[in-house]
Design a protein around this ligand. Structure first.
Ligand code: SAH
Ligand code: SF4
Ligand code: F3S
Length: 440
């Protein structure tokens, strides 16, 4: 039996998809290169914005065609979109056999055995973190490690809490065991994952509790793990002890994705982000004082209900002031059931949203280009990931700062090498491997 899996959405979903693949292979399925060649067509879906829904339902049309040609094919839809739609999935898309939410990945095998059932009711969590299931990793030397699921925040625009449920942390012992096993398997870089990753641990019983800062140090201490990243933290939970753990632990990377969402205190308040522009900036200053060469990236939404020209100007000036190394920029999209969709008018005209996102994207690129230029002429440590995507005669890897480097060299994937940086665009660097110095 063969499966074909298409994954949409964030790293959390990519990671759940690795687990779905691992689970399917553990019950005898093999991966099919194409959808047409599969007995099981599986989608792991996202519903964060309207555009995510559209992208997925477009793909679902392809599954409908295949199912029409071969009724024996099983079509399964998992993830956040499935959770948001609940039983509507079968009403609207009768050719779908199985639907399950992001908390039910571990039941996939059972669902397939019992076909044509709906596991998606009210949000349910089957108790098995994806991190405890077998995985099929695409990247031999890098791994995601789920440390928590769910989100207890109430950001007014966001559908994640509704589809991923309340925050639940895995035990430190579980996480460290997984890190050790990954290191034994050749993994050198891990990314700790959670929707609000730095709120980790607060829900654990006292005798098992570990703070996020302690967990960072514990992860870095695992033999063989050379780099630790994490995503995504909430600025409100970015405490001193976390900053100190980053500053004092060389394995913890010099990059932080710190979603701002807006530069206007007014908008932030209506978004229920619980920080002001000033507090966010103050946090950035503390981070940069403690970790001088830190790279910062962010998420920004334009066109949130009530966003004025002045609010938007504040977002533009935040980008200039923080000098982000990169940013994901989004046009606000009302999500059914969220506070913003139900109680606020989507009153920024489409044309204005378009102008704003365009201006923001240009500014982000300009600032990112200035930032990446700082690496030219320096030598930095790169974790080799494999051949360059554009020129296979060269190698590809990343600095601790998370920027991709394409370089000439002969190091093996998974090794850490020094690379002299000779060129930069806003998103990538070029350079050449520097021969390892002979110790005196
Ligand atoms: N838990 C993570 C990721 C949330 S989703 C975090 O809090 O950072 C990723 C990004 O999508 C968010 O940071 C936000 O910028 C954007 N986003 C979420 N809901 C959105 C919506 N309704 N419209 C537009 N962008 C949205
Ligand atoms: Fe959504 Fe806010 Fe939670 Fe992030 S912190 S997942 S934006 S509710
Ligand atoms: Fe999308 Fe779900 Fe992630 S809605 S962004 S896949 S948490």
């Amino acid at each position: 039996m063969r499966y074909h899996l298409t994954s949409f959405g964030c790293q959390m979903n990519d990671h759940d998809s690795e687990r779905m693949k691992g689970l399917l292979e553990s019950i005898g399925y093999r991966e099919s290169e194409t959808r047409d060649g599969a007995d099981l067509i599986l989608f792991n879906t996202c519903t964060i914005r309207g555009s995510a829904d559209d992208r997925f339902t477009g793909n679902l049309g392809d599954a409908r065609r295949i199912k029409r040609e071969n009724p024996d094919v099983v079509v399964a839809v998992g993830g956040c979109w499935a959770q948001a739609q609940k039983a509507m999935v079968f009403e609207q898309y009768p050719f779908v056999d199985i639907a399950f939410g992001p908390g039910e990945v571990s039941r996939l095998g059972e669902l397939i055995a019992r076909e044509r059932i709906d596991a998606v009711g009210a949000f349910s969590f089957d108790g098995a973190f994806s991190g405890t299931l077998p995985a099929k990793r695409d990247r031999p030397h890098q791994a995601w490690v789920q440390i928590s699921v769910g989100c207890n925040c109430v950001c007014a625009y966001c559908i994640v809490p509704a589809v991923r449920g309340r925050e639940r942390s895995r035990t430190p012992q579980d996480i460290v065991d997984e890190l050790r096993a990954l290191a034994d398997d050749g993994v050198r870089e891990v990314t700790l994952l959670g929707q609000n990753v730095n709120a980790y641990g607060r829900d654990l019983p006292k005798d098992e509790r570990m703070s996020f800062a302690e967990l960072l140090r514990a992860a870095a201490a695992v033999d063989g793990i050379r780099r630790v990243r994490y995503t995504s933290p909430h600025p409100k939970d970015m405490r001193e002890d976390v900053i100190a753990a980053m500053a004092e632990t060389p394995e913890v990377c010099r990059h932080l994705h710190l979603p701002a969402q807006s530069g206007s205190t007014d908008v932030l308040r209506r978004m229920r982000r619980t920080y002001s522009r000033e507090r966010y900036l103050e946090l950035v200053h503390r981070l940069r004082d403690a970790i001088p060469d830190l790279s910062l990236t962010t998420d920004i939404i334009v066109g949130f209900p009530g966003e004025t020209d002045e609010d938007f100007a504040q977002t533009m000036s935040l980008v200039r002031e923080v000098r982000y190394d990169g940013a994901y920029t989004f046009v606000y999209s009302p999500r059914p059931g969220t506070e913003a969709a139900e109680r606020m008018e989507d009153d920024v005209p489409a044309e204005v949203k378009r102008e704003r996102i365009q201006a923001l994207v240009e500014l982000v690129q300009e600032v990112a280009r200035e930032r990446s230029a700082r690496f030219v002429g320096t030598t930095g440590e790169v974790l080799v990931e494999g051949p360059s995507r554009t020129d296979p005669s060269r190698l590809r890897g990343r600095l601790s700062h998370n920027i991709t480097v394409n370089f000439t060299g002969d190091a093996a994937p998974g090794s850490l090498v020094d690379v002299h940086i000779t060129g930069a665009t806003s998103t990538t660097l070029t350079g050449r491997q520097v021969p390892a110095a002979v110790p005196a």
